[in-house]
Write a protein that binds this ligand. Structure first.
Ligand code: FES
Length: 171
């Protein structure tokens, strides 16, 4: 017991001595850590504000607009009654008999499986529940409840481009 007491007393004395001799070091380390945390807080605050701003602001920059467009190719190379799969854009480009261009979403409007173009039947077939769609995307056989979604198509200087930013839903 007495030994413990003396150890405790020694320990306290040693601790006091230690904290006294290194108090300057402790204080400067503490201040250093405080400043690091402070700067981290400032950086995180800026990051949060930037993220909130970019989330809330509409993505309408000219480079953003260009990113939404997928170039399919020259119009003169796309024949009438031809269906071109564009996997990167997740659509089929269809040139109908009258020359009209349609960009049809690959997604079945039933539960979202990828429809496949059947060149023999000349229509789209869904492998999941056998819905079928005409070349222009209208439903031939349910359970698909509505036509395939479309994407806006433009022709610029003879080049076909499709805006994949937002599909247009059809009835
Ligand atoms: S997901 Fe296409 S028919 Fe069901």
């Amino acid at each position: 017991m007495a030994k413990n007491k003396s150890n405790t007393i020694h320990g306290k004395a040693a601790g006091e001595k230690h904290s006294k001799s290194f108090s300057g070091v402790h204080t400067s380390r503490r201040n250093f850590l405080k400043s690091i945390w402070g700067w981290l807080g400032v950086i995180l605050s800026f990051e949060f504000v930037w993220m909130a701003f970019s989330f809330l602001s509409p993505a309408k920059s000219s480079s953003g607009k260009k990113k939404n467009f997928i170039t399919v190719g020259a119009l003169k190379n796309i024949r009438k009654n031809e269906v071109v799969p564009v996997r990167s854009g997740k659509f089929y480009l269809v040139r109908q008999a009258d020359g009209e261009l349609l960009a049809l979403s690959l997604k079945c409007t039933h539960l979202g499986c990828m429809v496949v173009w059947d060149p023999a039947k000349k229509h789209f077939v869904c492998p999941c529940h056998s819905s079928e769609f005409a070349m222009n995307g209208t439903v031939l056989n349910p359970p698909a409840p509505r036509s395939l979604d479309r994407y806006p198509v433009i022709v610029e200087d003879g080049i076909v481009k499709v805006n994949i930013a937002k599909p247009v839903k059809r009835s």
